[in-house]
Design a protein around this ligand. Structure first.
Ligand code: BYC
Length: 320
């Protein structure tokens, strides 16, 4: 590496160490830029694909109140996807390229959205556990070293807190309801517990990107630290609901001051990540179809923007 690049990298690292945010026009190592594009776009795609499992229940929500709340939540996910695509674009990649990477399967999205939503109780479990796991991960990202990503996360976290509460409220209603409703809540918890723990990614020892991402303060806590914090915060909520988790090894460890939990099925995790989960193909087909059928909307929006731009130019010429 040339001495100039070396000294640029040293200066870059010392800014990171001093907690100074990196902004789009600042010099940055190419690997930092690529890592951020990978992570932010994976995050954006997760928000967008994450609309599908819940969108599946909008027409079947059990009351008008539940329907409007779920609709608002799913719309929030679209908004999160858009802030995150915008943050990724500041790194010099276009929206079209990002979408192309999702639709061709080149870019990943969170494993969790490849599981089916088979009952209304899943709206509770997703809001409570999936958004709960997302918040655990995203609160640290409000302090990530890249300015546009950190700022997007502040708003996203506020909205995710509402999502988590609406999910827990559904779980409380079901768990305190009839025996059938309580059984629905338990069944949903059984199905979403392990996939939620997998959301945090592989164990630290198997996490290829963690060491460098922690050094660059893109990530501020490791996958295992966050997973442990999630289990510790969810367990009192599970107990309050009067439900149980599908893990015979889960118990409080007085000495550690944390819950111990059983081994995650990493074969299942990697199989889902590689495209072979229960709904991977269905999710991709849905997104590809929506993209194709939405082409005329994008074209109309572009034509409208062009018309407005031309009108503004004409107006300026008149004034001049
Ligand atoms: N699923 O070295 P590692 C939401 C991949 S959505 C799939 O630890 P890293 C919501 C990883 O990409 C919330 N792939 O990676 C929306 C890497 O493969 P590549 C989504 C995963 O990046 C709607 C390889 O495994 N949140 O809130 O240091 C409704 C090795 O992993 C997963 C975010 O995206 C996974 N779960 O750490 C409700 C947060 N885990 O890329 C809710 C932002 C790992 O080398 N992302 N992989 O081919 C992150 O914080 C980090 O990217 C991760 C992984 C902690 C996820």
């Amino acid at each position: 590496m040339s001495p100039e690049i070396l000294s640029l990298e040293e200066r870059f690292q010392s800014r990171i160490d001093a907690e100074i945010k990196i902004e789009p026009k600042d010099w940055m190592p190419e690997k930092y830029r690529k890592t951020l594009i990978r992570q932010i776009s994976q995050h954006a795609h997760s928000e967008i694909v994450g609309m599908l499992p819940e969108g599946n229940w909008i027409t079947r929500a059990p009351s008008l109140r539940r329907k409007s709340v779920l609709l608002a939540k799913v719309q929030d996910e679209a908004g999160h996807g858009l802030y995150l695509y915008s943050a990724a674009e500041t790194l010099g990649i276009s929206r079209d390229e990002l979408v192309e990477q999702l639709l061709t399967g080149k870019a990943k999205y969170s494993s969790i959205f490849n599981y089916p939503t088979t009952s209304w109780a899943d709206m509770g479990a997703i809001g409570w556990l999936v958004d709960g796991a997302a918040i655990m991960n995203q609160v640290m990202l409000t302090r990530t070293s890249y300015g546009p990503y950190a700022r997007a996360m502040v708003r996203i976290c506020k909205e995710e807190s509402f999502h988590q509460r609406q999910g827990y409220e559904i779980m409380m209603t079901l768990a305190k309801g009839t025996p059938e409703q309580k059984a629905m809540a338990q069944d949903s918890l059984n199905r979403w517990w392990w996939p939620s723990l997998m959301m945090f990614g592989p164990n630290d020892a198997a996490s290829t990107h963690s060491a460098q991402s922690m050094k660059w303060k893109i990530k501020r806590k490791s996958n295992d630290e966050l997973r442990q914090a999630f289990v510790d915060s969810a367990m009192p909520q599970v107990e309050y609901l009067g439900l149980t988790v599908p893990d015979p090894d889960l118990k409080w460890n007085e000495e550690r001051g944390h819950y111990d939990f059983g081994a995650i099925d990493w074969d299942e995790f990697w199989s889902v990540v590689k495209g072979n989960g229960p709904c991977n193909r269905q999710r991709m087909r849905t997104k590809q179809k929506a993209h194709k059928e939405g082409a005329w909307v994008r074209e109309a929006a572009m034509a409208h923007a062009e018309k407005r731009r031309q009108r503004a130019v004409e107006q300026d010429e008149k004034v001049a």
